[in-house]
Design a binder for this molecule. Structure first.
Ligand SMILES: [Zn+2]
Length: 76
């Protein structure tokens, strides 16, 4: 995972969840973050998920990287 991609995921988490992970399956905020990975384990429905679940980025990595490039271009 590239550094930019990781930063993009952090950014997405801020945008989508305001920094607080929310389970896309049951809506719970009760989650445990996996170490070294941008994935979370839901303590309510015991599903693992990442910020991209249910978004365009989940389906195509391509859109995710375009999104990242747009953001980093704006910031630089
Ligand atoms: Zn859940």
């Amino acid at each position: 995972m590239s550094r930019n991609h990781e930063e993009c995921l952090i950014l997405l988490e801020q945008i989508r969840w305001n920094g607080k992970p929310k389970c896309p399956y049951c809506g719970s905020n009760n989650a445990t973050r996996y170490k070294n990975e941008h994935r979370y384990h839901c303590n309510e429905c015991f599903t693992s998920y990442s910020v991209t679940v249910g978004t365009l980025f989940h389906k195509t990595y391509f859109f995710g990287s375009v999104f990242c490039k747009q953001i980093f271009r704006q910031e630089s």
